[in-house]
Design a binder for this molecule. Structure first.
Ligand SMILES: Nc1ncnc2c1ncn2[C@@H]1O[C@H](COP(=O)(O)OP(=O)(O)OP(=O)(O)O)[C@@H](O)[C@H]1O
Length: 855
């Protein structure tokens, strides 16, 4: 790009600079006078044209830029070498970007006069307002992008007096152009519909007719080479086609991000901070002065920082604090991606979830990185992130992203590696390798002091460890600050007198032993104790986390609601994700008619093991769940954990049997896309969502043995058989509505492995086999369009399919297939979808050889 500047003699000169990284510059927007009177590229090159009337504009623009501290400026009359056709064409395509990248845009309105009345600097807007509104500048085609693209647009009168800027004049500009205020205030253009953007060009004209289309291309962010002579119709036709392709691309992009996002780690961080009582800066800031931390931050050879410590030492909160500090201190171009593993939540407890979360965060901050995902995603779709090869695909994509030169300094943080329960060794191996790969990427991970983790991270070349136990003094001081904070909170809440407050403080200080969690749990308990009993109870809090949990368990055991609390704890310890209160009530029979208030009270009676946030029940800490599973099994699972799994599984089937039916969200149309589905109010699946997704997992973990003939197993078989016969299709619809069909197919495989054990391959085995084929075959259609379960899925299943026969009454009545379906399932296991746009009606099978093509 060519830019103008003054040389040391005050003469205008033209300089060519890199288009991608231009220095700050001003840009002029104006109406051309007679072409012969405008200063051209050659004029500047030859130092001529000073006698032309257009020269004044250039001097004004240069002077204004100078007074705004800008050395360079750009004017279309003389910064494009029009003799060079290729350059001209490129300039037309780049114009929107040049205006957008300018530090300031000066709009010179030669038909608006604004002479000052009294004060030299002030002009009276009443005098020029009407001229301003009538200015020809608002009627020209190219000036639309000149008005919208730059971040700062300033208007000047014929006398080069400042009238105001795009924001201060937005009322007038809106009235003249109808362009919304938000656009004039700088909102991104993609937020406005195509029709809306086309509307802004109404009443605007261009000298050359094709320019009417070319001048809009930047507004739609499409690249369009000018072909003068093609005519306006053809030019607009090309523009519309480009916009259509662009929209298609963006839609796919959105789809890709939606599929990638198993969780948004930013929300997890907020939630974790909230459930842990809020982040206290004074309890983590010690780390900023820690020499190991500083070494990691400053030394390019130290790329991986491993924060390690025992349960409850404050690692998670420390990482939350470090992330905040990094984000506050970073330059605009640096990125921070983080992920919090939580073993209790299946969404965020696997190696693939970690990579998905990190990638999602990187792409959200640097959208161009999405190209690395798109190359694979455009072929594979959502399965890329979920199928058996997901780990391989994700690591390849992630490595590509990290090697992308557009990625500047990047901080990657993963908390609680020990809570990554699926494929931790793979994740550790990946971190160890990748953390050495680039000095631009800095890693922080945290975990408990597990030898297995230590062993694998040992392989990392550029690592450094920060042990909380070895920094006991700093951690103790941080816990001291935490105690002060908690005690003053309690004192306020319980209205403690000075003696009680001091005694609580002394007890917590004596017992904490550098463990935040112990303090947090004791304070939670103290919050439930009457003020007058506080001093008496203080000494009964045992030292150490384990003994404290034991005491909590004993208290529960002697309470009036002991059985109920234990039942809830048993369920909570086994569920695969945190459940909502509604799901809890559905799964725990004695809670069925409990009033909301009582329900909350009962949850709070479960000692300090559980906590409620936004009506979801969480463990207060992973160590609480660990304690229940390892040390309190006898209390909460008197007949073994398998039995509780089995109860959850059969209870789930009972819930599903009474809630599932056809078209639960009232979608009516068979082609209703899942993308447009919103939950009904009240949500008919609210209580059964968990059961819908996880009943088979619990059945599987109950170690049900379908080949024995004991009463219990026979009963379970009967229940499963009955459910599949009467509810299978409604269950598939439910899974689709819960956006969990993929998981459902994995579950059906699990069920299949269970029933396969039956020696005689009885009816149930045949039914499950058929159900499995059914879902594998029609997964794509059902996943995208829940009600296709009853249409294409039923109709395109073989006539001999048991599921088809059982649900024949749900199939569309008036459609006959010619030729009809064969009697049995083909060798094809799954339908591959190769359509480029969405499928919304019935599907056509074109290929009898085994692979169906739909669309
Ligand atoms: N900076 C802090 N601000 C506020 N609370 C804190 C802070 N640090 C620790 N805590 C309190 O201590 C508790 C335990 O901290 P945290 O969960 O970070 O421990 P952890 O070391 O990650 O434990 P684990 O490894 O077992 O998961 C938190 O629930 C919170 O109540």
């Amino acid at each position: 790009m060519h830019l103008l500047e003054y040389n040391k003699d005050g003469e205008l000169i033209i300089t060519s600079l890199d288009d991608n990284k231009p220095p700050p510059y001003a840009i002029l927007s104006h109406r051309w006078g007679e072409e012969a009177e405008e200063v051209s590229f050659e004029d500047i090159a030859r130092n001529t044209g000073k006698d032309k009337s257009g020269y004044k504009k250039i001097r004004f623009c240069g002077d204004q830029a100078k007074s705004d501290g800008l050395q360079y400026f750009w004017i279309d009359t003389c910064c494009i070498n029009k003799a060079n056709k290729a350059e001209l064409s490129l300039a037309i395509r780049s114009m929107f970007r040049w205006y957008r990248n300018a530090a300031r845009c000066y709009v010179y309105l030669s038909d608006v006069s604004a002479l000052p009345l009294t004060d030299e600097r002030e002009t009276d807007s009443l005098l020029w307002d009407s001229d301003f509104r009538k200015s020809e500048w608002f009627t020209r085609g190219w000036t639309l992008q000149e008005l919208i693209a730059p971040s700062v647009v300033e208007f000047f009168s014929r006398e080069w007096r400042m009238l105001g800027d795009r924001v201060s004049l937005k009322l007038q500009i809106h009235e003249v152009t109808t362009i919304p205020h938000e656009v004039l205030e700088g909102s991104p253009l993609f937020q406005f519909s195509v029709d809306e953007r086309f509307r802004w060009r109404q009443n605007r004209h261009t000298k050359v007719k094709e320019d009417a289309a070319y001048s809009m291309s930047g507004i739609f962010d499409v690249d369009m080479a000018p072909v003068y002579g093609e005519g306006a119709e053809q030019a607009f036709g090309r523009l519309h086609e480009k916009i259509r392709k662009q929209e298609e691309y963006l839609r796919k992009q959105e789809e890709c991000l939606r599929d990638l996002r198993a969780t948004d780690p930013r929300n997890d961080k907020k939630r974790i901070e909230d459930t842990k009582g809020g982040l206290l800066a004074d309890s983590y800031r010690w780390v900023l002065d820690n020499t190991t931390f500083q070494q990691w931050q400053q030394d390019p050879h130290n790329r991986l920082l491993w924060v390690k410590g025992d349960p409850g030492k404050g690692k998670t909160m420390l990482l939350c604090g470090i992330i905040d500090e990094l984000q506050n201190a970073l330059s605009k171009t640096a990125l921070v991606a983080y992920f919090f593993c939580q073993a209790t939540d299946t969404r965020i407890n696997s190696a693939t979830a970690v990579l998905r979360g990190l990638m999602y965060m990187l792409v959200s901050q640097q959208p161009l990185l999405v190209s690395h995902i798109r190359t694979k995603y455009d072929h594979a779709g959502k399965a890329l992130f979920e199928d058996a090869n997901a780990w391989i695909a994700l690591t390849e994509i992630f490595v590509d992203m990290l090697q992308d030169l557009q990625l500047s300094t990047t901080y990657i943080t993963i908390d609680a590696l020990d809570e990554c329960v699926i494929d931790l060794p793979k994740l550790l191996n990946f971190i160890a390798k990748q953390s050495s790969a680039s000095s631009r990427i800095k890693w922080i991970v945290s975990s408990r002091n597990w030898p297995g983790i230590e062993e694998q991270l040992e392989q990392a070349g550029h690592k450094i460890g920060l042990s909380l136990e070895l920094n006991a003094e700093s951690v103790s001081a941080a816990v001291g600050v935490f105690i002060q904070h908690k005690v003053s909170q309690l004192a306020h809440q319980k209205n403690y007198d000075k003696q009680t407050q001091d005694a609580v403080f002394a007890r917590l200080t004596l017992g904490a032993d550098g463990t935040f969690l112990w303090v947090a749990l004791v304070c939670q308990d103290l919050g439930n104790i009457k003020k007058r009993n506080t001093l008496k109870k203080l000494d009964s809090f045992p030292l150490g986390l384990g003994p404290l949990y034991e005491r909590m368990m004993q208290q529960i055991s002697v309470s009036d609601d002991a059985e109920l609390c234990k039942q809830i704890l048993a369920l909570e310890a086994l569920v695969y994700r945190p459940i909502t209160l509604e799901e809890l009530v559905a799964l725990v029979e004695p809670l069925r008619d409990t009033a909301d208030e009582d329900l909350r009270e009962i949850v709070s009676l479960c000692g300090s093991f559980l906590t409620l946030r936004e009506d979801i029940v969480y463990f207060v800490h992973q160590s609480a769940k660990d304690f229940l599973l390892e040390k309190a099994c006898g209390d909460i699972f008197p007949s073994g954990a398998e039995e509780v799994h089995q109860v959850i599984s059969t209870k789930s089937l009972a819930i599903l049997s009474s809630t599932l039916h056809r078209d639960m969200y009232g979608l009516k149309a068979l082609g209703f896309s899942i993308e447009n589905v919103t939950r009904t109010e009240p949500d008919s699946l609210a209580a059964s969502r968990y059961s819908c997704v996880y009943w088979i997992d619990h059945l599987h973990d109950s170690k049900a043995n379908f080949s024995t003939h004991n009463d219990c197993d026979l009963h379970v078989r009967r229940v499963v058989d009955e459910f599949l016969r009467t509810k299978y299709l409604y269950w598939l619809e439910g899974l689709s509505l819960c956006k969990s069909l993929e998981r459902g197919t994995v579950s059906i495989e699990k069920l299949w492995s269970l029933v396969q054990e039956t020696q005689d391959q009885d009816q149930l085995a045949q039914l499950v086999q058929d159900a499995r084929r059914f879902v594998m075959y029609h997964k794509g259609a059902i996943e995208g369009y829940p009600l296709q379960t009853y249409a294409s899925a039923l109709m395109f299943s073989p006539t001999g399919s048991l599921i088809r026969q059982l649900f024949q009454h749900e199939a569309p009545e008036k459609i006959t297939l010619k030729p009809g379906m064969s009697n049995s399932w083909s060798a094809c296991l799954q339908t591959l979808e190769g359509h480029s746009s969405s499928v919304s009606g019935l599907l056509a099978r074109l290929d009898p050889a085994g692979v169906s093509v739909v669309g």
